[in-house]
Design a protein around this ligand. Sequence first.
Ligand SMILES: Nc1ncnc2c1ncn2[C@@H]1O[C@H](COP(=O)(O)OP(=O)(O)OP(=O)(O)O)[C@@H](O)[C@H]1O
Ligand SMILES: [Mg+2]
Length: 339
Amino acid sequence: MSAILQVTGLEQKFRLSKGLLDRVTFKGGIPRLRNPLVHAVNGVSFSVARGEVLALVGESGCGKSTVAKTIARIHPPTGGQVQVDGTDITRLTPRALLPVRAKMQMIFQDPFASLNPRQKVRDIVAEPLLQQLGSGRAAEVRERTLDLLARVGLNPEQAERYPHQFSGGQRQRIGIARALSVNPGLIIADEPVSALDVSIQAQILNLMLDLRDEFGLAYLFISHDLSVVHHIADRIGVMYLGFLVETAPRDQLFARPRHPYTRALLSAAPSIDPKRSRPEIELKGEVPSALNLPSGCGFRTRCPLAWGRCAAERPTLRDLGGGQSVACHLIDEPERDRP
Ligand SMILES: Nc1ncnc2c1ncn2[C@@H]1O[C@H](COP(=O)(O)OP(=O)(O)OP(=O)(O)O)[C@@H](O)[C@H]1O
Ligand SMILES: [Mg+2]
């Protein structure tokens, strides 16, 4: 059975307009670039199996949201390929994309911004389904809408209210019901609980896991929060400067991270698994600008273990077995792998 999502060599380079360039500040002045490009996503490959939760983690600006938006075709990719349920959508026209959109829905960090404030909740939830089925089947749509609202923990009276009458957690429930209405196989969730209180976060994550089991959903789940990712993910991909540097099943990643960046990221959040021996790598310095990528490995300018090869050659993801892959030259030189 093919994966619900297959991403191969995905690239997203944003052209910076003069106006935008004037507004950004860079340490050491604006780099003199004739044709400034933001290298937001630099050849990322991964797949999501049916029913699987793959989480993407990494620091702010590493390209997580851009990966999500590029897959959802909010920005068309500048390189690489995206397959949804076996269909290559990379170059589909907006019209040809419509049936694929039903298989892949998105939910966002701030449901308030993505819910129309002038629409009643039942209309918000019904809208994608009405588009798909047409207004001739309004009664069926209405019934399914109420079912979905019940399924995410809202009652029929609440269907008549407007988004501002709900709490953040309830609004995220509405966003989830809306995404579910067209029966997708994949939900792309970009920081869906980051704006919520910790106690509410757990409720929403548990709801998402229940719905996964009930509807056979897969999630591409984006978060900068390792404890959230630990709660929900089957598998984790770690991003740095627009590169995917490591992927592994959740427990394997937390127990035996292999990329120096993953080790550093986990050592900055020691509380998740107290049994885990503490990784030893500390992050120093700043992330380089995506306008001007380092040669070779994107992480080498901050990596305490970097050596000559790391500047000369860009590492690619290598399969280490057991579902773990890492993009790091240390794999070939284990004797150097000590900070
Ligand atoms: N529309 C755009 N035009 C130009 N540059 C962009 C655009 N969108 C994102 N970027 C840049 O692309 C890079 C990746 O940004 P992105 O928002 O994907 O990161 P992120 O990992 O989602 O960060 P966060 O955790 O803060 O949400 C950053 O350098 C960002 O400034
Ligand atoms: Mg983001």
